[in-house]
Design a protein around this ligand. Structure first.
Ligand code: ASP
Length: 331
């Protein structure tokens, strides 16, 4: 479908970037950026469930596929796994017992699509991609997102599994009040970043959000710039943890901009966590983690609390990495 965004992009490509470039690159110092390691392909994703998502994304990249296809294919694995209780099928419901999903996808050219508070659809990431390719918009939410998904041929599915229903009923009996959780069981978004052999970068992020959230609550994951950001000129970043805190700091965009200024991916994630801390006085009660992928293939991550880990797949294989954290491991 031809829509106005394409025209807008072509127009923007013709506008000289002379005014912006010196400012953005003000701190760029070639000595601050180690030489490119190996380039692509590289896949990096949040949490241990990232290992199987990485496998799928890697298959696409190893077959010569592009970064965007790989990112989508990777996180679809997590979305359809009922054992992952924080993404897609089997995700924890909100406080009304309804599973609502948030997802976004972005490629390094700047194209992006997103859905929020989407019900009954197992693969919100693919709906987000259709928003990107089939509409003039970036984001659809709630009933409108569901209506669009069904019109695009996505079959409505019951996402509340028996295990999630049992946990919800237990939560109602035992608690029924709402508090931001920091423990690992309750927030495990998958955010996945890819670099293909041609140097294209993409990001995908999908979640059922915070367990037992208010109905209609939207976290950082589908917000472009908060939950994820990708720019072929620099790299990409994605976030996990307490979404409200990430939104306040425009977290993923910040990580990418810090890399643009010459910071290494881990240092960029660390500085972004410091910004989150500065904007959130309750930071000790929440978890936030960022991961980043530089266009030269370097990766990094950093978090508030030490229970966060991430998966990296590159020429050296698929493995878990434990990043440094603001709160030391033994505290
Ligand atoms: N960031 C997600 C949200 O706040 C939750 C998570 O990472 O698990 O919705």
């Amino acid at each position: 479908m031809n829509h106005p965004r394409g025209t807008r992009r072509r127009f923007l490509q013709q506008v000289p970037l002379l005014a912006a470039t010196p400012l953005l690159n003000a701190k760029l110092d070639s000595t601050a950026i180690p030489a490119a390691r190996s380039g692509g392909p590289v896949v990096i994703s949040t949490w241990r469930h990232g290992l199987s998502a990485n496998e799928e994304a890697w298959k696409v990249l190893a077959d010569g596929g592009n970064a965007l296809d790989a990112a989508e294919a990777g996180v679809r694995i997590t979305e359809s796994d009922p054992e992952v209780r924080t993404v897609g099928l089997g995700g924890f419901p909100d406080r009304d017992g309804i599973v609502t999903l948030d997802a976004a996808i972005m490629d390094g050219s700047g194209d992006c699509g997103s859905v929020a508070a989407l019900e009954d659809i197992m693969h919100p990431i693919s709906v987000a991609r259709r928003v990107m390719t089939e509409t003039p918009h970036v984001m659809l939410v709630g009933a409108g997102a569901r209506q669009f998904a069904v019109a695009q041929g996505f079959a409505p599915t019951e996402l509340l599994t028996e295990a999630s229903r049992r946990d919800y009923e237990k939560w109602l009996e035992e608690d029924g009040s709402y508090r931001p959780p920091i423990n690992v069981e309750n927030h495990d978004t998958i955010g996945l970043l890819t670099l293909d052999k041609d140097g294209n970068i993409a990001a995908a992020c999908t979640t059922s959000g915070a367990a037992y959230k208010y109905h209609g609550r939207v976290g950082d994951s589908p917000i472009i710039g908060a939950g994820l950001y990708a720019d072929n000129e620099v790299g990409a970043a994605t976030a996990t943890g307490w979404g409200e805190a990430v939104i306040r700091a425009c977290g993923s965009f910040l990580v990418v901009e810090l890399m643009r200024q010459g910071h290494d991916p881990t240092e960029a994630c660390k500085l972004a966590v410091e910004r989150v801390i500065a904007k959130n006085p309750d930071w000790k009660d929440i978890q936030v983690g960022f991961i980043a992928l530089h266009k030269d293939g370097r990766t990094g991550g950093y978090c508030i609390h030490p229970d966060f880990d991430y998966a990296v797949y590159d020429g050296e294989g698929n493995r878990m990495v434990l990043p440094d954290s603001k709160v030391p491991r033994n505290e």
